[in-house]
Design a protein around this ligand. Structure first.
Ligand SMILES: Nc1ncnc2c1ncn2[C@@H]1O[C@H](COP(=O)(O)OP(=O)(O)OP(=O)(O)O)[C@@H](O)[C@H]1O
Ligand SMILES: [Mg+2]
Length: 232
């Protein structure tokens, strides 16, 4: 890996069963400070690729380096340290159902070592910003899907991660809220976070000048200003 690379994939391949590869022989890098949309048809493998990057699943073939770690070599006990600097937004939110939303967000910073009271105050500020200041003590089940998604976004950005992996973070939001939350990702990016954001929302992709990684027919392409080529 060069010092600028934050992610390095080498001959990456994934298949879940014997019949077909979801993707095959992907070799490319993402540098620190870049922002990419990750697009591709439903079933193209966006979620699977993100899961490989935070070591939720193992690839079938190839090597993955993130932050200089060869992640195939990380043991289960290494994962909390490895993931400490990654903000994750899952397609299905994955909030802790027994904790209030403010505690869901505060816990994320708290794990990072901050004091609970300070974590709570920052979590409240951020939840207010995403429009949930009136329901800080609600449990996740009392919220709509779009509201849960905003909590999940607050939880991921609150610790100012070096790398943000976001899987359809605005999938349940109307466009007004989706664009508003994109501003939050932009701010984070300006502060130095590398962002990979999977989305189906074409208006969002067109509305922001970030390059697109496209998963298609098992390969990864990049679309930079309308010029499409294999991602290297
Ligand atoms: N755990 C699994 N076991 C078997 N097949 C799986 C599993 N997870 C995903 N797949 C298959 O892998 C392919 C890629 O799925 P993935 O969820 O990565 O796609 P996606 O691009 O995120 O789709 P979407 O846009 O609908 O979220 C799909 O054909 C899916 O059915
Ligand atoms: Mg998906």
């Amino acid at each position: 890996m060069t010092p600028k690379e934050i992610i390095r994939l080498e001959h990456l391949g994934l298949r879940y069963s014997d019949d077909r590869f979801i993707f095959f022989d992907i070799t490319c890098s993402i540098n620190a400070g870049e922002f990419y949309f990750l697009t591709g048809k439903s079933g193209a493998g966006k979620t699977s690729l993100l899961k490989i990057l935070y070591k939720d699943i193992q690839p079938t073939l190839g090597f993955v380096h993130v932050f200089g770690y060869s992640i195939g070599e990380l043991s289960r006990s290494d994962l909390p340290v490895f993931r400490q600097h990654i903000g994750l937004i899952f397609q299905d939110c994955r909030l802790i159902p027994t904790l209030s939303i403010v505690d869901n967000v505060a816990l994320s910073i708290h794990i990072g070592g901050s004091q609970y009271r300070r974590s709570c105050s920052y979590a409240k500020e951020l939840l207010d910003w995403v429009g949930l200041g009136d329901c800080l003590n609600s449990l996740p089940d009392a919220l709509s899907d779009g509201q849960k998604q905003r909590v999940a976004i607050a939880r991921a950005v609150v610790k100012r991660p070096a790398l943000l992996l976001a899987d359809e973070p605005t999938g349940n939001l109307d466009n007004e809220n989706a664009f508003r939350l994109m501003a939050l990702f932009q701010e984070l990016h300006k502060m130095g976070t590398t962002v990979v954001l999977a989305t189906h929302n074409n208006e969002l992709v067109k509305g922001f000048q970030y390059p697109q990684l496209i998963l298609k027919d098992g390969s990864l392409f990049v679309n930079d200003n309308g010029f499409i080529k294999k991602k290297a």
